[in-house]
Write a protein that binds this ligand. Structure first.
Ligand SMILES: Nc1nc2c([nH]c(=O)n2[C@H]2C[C@H](O)[C@@H](COP(=O)(O)OP(=O)(O)OP(=O)(O)O)O2)c(=O)[nH]1
Ligand SMILES: [Mg+2]
Length: 149
């Protein structure tokens, strides 16, 4: 009997983490309803309801990215002072880790319109669970419900 340790395979190299930073906004109307948008066919997570927003471009500040996305997607103009941080999502998807600050905005200029053909809905926070959302968004819902308390 030899007491040489059995050969073991080297540990698998950990998968490199791809961190994706996305900014999102809960727009609130005068009745406290929040705007959600349906992700279009052909995009990841198609058919699920999300908060408007999107990925940061290189070198872009989060607030500037959100103002740009809200203009591109909804045609509204938002002042940075009208964006209040509420909470954030940190969620491991299969192929990337999503880090997504969620801002609240109650004041904007212009009329909300679906600039990208997406379906839009104003929903009471307590009814958000009636709309299937990406898994990253589920922990955000209680924060929106708490705003009304
Ligand atoms: N905007 C937004 N994205 C979300 C939410 N929840 C969630 O998991 N995501 C994910 C889906 C996508 O993987 C990523 C956002 O990507 P996106 O494709 O919408 O980004 P974008 O608006 O910049 O669009 P694009 O130019 O890349 O097409 O974040 C959410 O509530 N809002
Ligand atoms: Mg987007």
């Amino acid at each position: 009997m030899s007491d040489v340790a059995p050969q073991s395979l080297p540990p698998a190299a950990p998968k490199p983490l791809r961190m994706v930073l996305v900014v999102a906004c809960a727009l609130l109307d005068a009745d406290g309803r929040v705007l959600i948008a349906k992700r279009p066919e052909g995009k990841a997570l198609a058919g699920l309801w999300e908060f408007p927003g999107g990925k940061l471009e290189a070198g872009e500040r989060p607030e500037a990215a959100l103002i740009r996305e809200l203009h591109e997607e909804l045609g509204i103009t938002v002042k940075e002072a009208c964006l209040a941080p509420l909470t954030f999502a940190s969620h491991a998807y299969d192929d990337f880790h999503l880090l997504m600050p969620l801002y609240v905005c109650r004041r904007w200029d212009g009329f909300v319109s679906a600039r990208e053909g997406q379906e839009l809905k104003w929903v009471a926070p307590a009814r958000l669970r009636d709309y299937p959302m990406p898994p990253a968004d589920e922990p955000l819902i209680p924060h929106l419900i708490a705003l009304q308390a």
